[in-house]
Design a protein around this ligand. Structure first.
Ligand code: SAH
Length: 345
């Protein structure tokens, strides 16, 4: 059984790990050795340059939360890898490793389940089980890098969960992932996707972490958006876009809006025009719309659109001078969208 009373070493910053090691009566340099091992996914028993007694003492007092690979699917089409990971307490989460020309990008989960209730999404069907610790988010990267033998250069917080509903742990994760003695991944290569938890978008703007903010918009009026995304009843479109404009102003980082296209729901010309007017009201420039054809979830009634319809919607936006692209589908043969593997397991 996993006891969460144990010290969570992979959630620690290097000076915190030093303090911990010293508190157990060991010299400071041992912390550096442990640090190097854990970032290579090794557990205490494998830390061959530590004395035997120290290793057993550590495994009594502490835990390294790198998840185990429960299942791994590799796309024959494009090499995308989908991992189903098992956490120390037995809960399951997913990550997706994608190959781009510029490097490897890992899509990580931030919570086990989700309580946001978006009606087209598989991750929220059973609600939130628990937040992930910083170590458990970082552990997904360490596990994927160790398994692939390659460095991951980009992170997208777009897996299971709402990152801004697990704010403190996600911020600590970003600091560890971007720190030179951690994974050394520049904040500019980290994207955080949110359904629109407005107060935490405002907090994020003050953190001094220039991550790319992706906002799941999916509708251009409050009635339609509240119907698709319950979070909109707490913070409506105007509050959301005002927060995004502020984020852009504070960080200088271009905002990316995700727009999931659902047949006969939000795919019309009028909708594209209304969306364009809305975005122009808040941004003179610096927005990008990422169009995602709906990935149908069998528990939900919504239908997807074909490529032609998605391309047309993109053209409508571009005619209105809104920068838009249709997201390329990676791993079509392994059901790479999040939440679906965990559910079927
Ligand atoms: N909670 C965050 C990140 C997780 S989901 C958020 O809401 O942004 C990443 C993106 O996939 C979001 O834009 C989400 O709305 C979208 N998404 C979820 N289920 C989907 C589905 N079945 N088809 C297409 N996009 C989906």
């Amino acid at each position: 059984m996993y006891e969460n009373t144990k010290a969570d070493l992979l959630s620690m910053k290097s000076d915190e790990l030093e303090k911990f090691v010293v508190s157990l009566g060991h010299p400071r340099y041992r912390a550096k050795q442990i640090w190097q091992w854990m970032y290579r996914a090794k557990d205490f028993s494998e830390m061959s340059n530590l004395p035997e007694k120290m290793r057993s003492e550590l495994s009594e007092a502490a835990v390294i939360n790198v998840p185990e690979i429960e299942k791994k699917l590799v796309s024959a089409a494009d090499g995308t890898v989908k991992y189903l990971f098992r956490l120390k307490d037995g809960n399951l989460i997913e990550s997706v490793l994608m190959r781009y020309r510029y490097g490897l990008s890992l899509c990580v989960s931030s919570q086990c389940g989700c309580r946001m209730g978006c009606r087209f999404c598989a991750s929220t069907l059973d609600g939130l089980i628990r937040n992930l610790m910083p170590s458990e988010i970082l552990g997904q990267l360490i596990a994927a890098q160790t398994d692939s033998g390659e460095r991951v250069s980009h992170i997208v917080l777009m897996g299971i969960g709402e990152p801004l509903d697990n704010y403190d742990n996600v911020i600590r994760f970003i600091r560890l992932a971007s720190s030179p003695d951690g994974l050394g991944i520049s904040c500019r290569n980290i994207s955080l996707s949110t359904c629109g938890v407005v107060p935490n978008i405002l907090r994020l703007a003050e953190e001094g972490l220039p991550v790319t903010l992706s906002v799941s918009l999916h509708a251009s009026d409050d009635v339609a958006r509240s119907d698709l995304m319950p979070v909109n009843r707490a913070w409506g479109i105007d509050a959301l876009l005002a927060a995004c404009a502020l984020y852009f102003k504070k960080t200088g980082r271009r905002i990316s809006f995700e727009y999931t296209l659902i047949a006969n729901k939000n795919d019309s010309r009028e909708e594209a025009d209304r969306l364009s007017r809305l975005l122009k009201k808040y941004f003179k420039s610096g927005v990008h719309v990422n169009i995602i054809p709906l990935n149908p979830v069998k528990e939900r009634e919504y239908r997807t659109v074909d490529r032609r319809c998605a391309a047309r919607f993109s053209e409508f936006l571009q005619k209105n001078s809104i920068n838009a692209t249709v997201r390329r589908t990676l791993g079509p043969d392994i059901n790479a969208s999040c939440g679906q593997l965990r559910r079927s397991h």
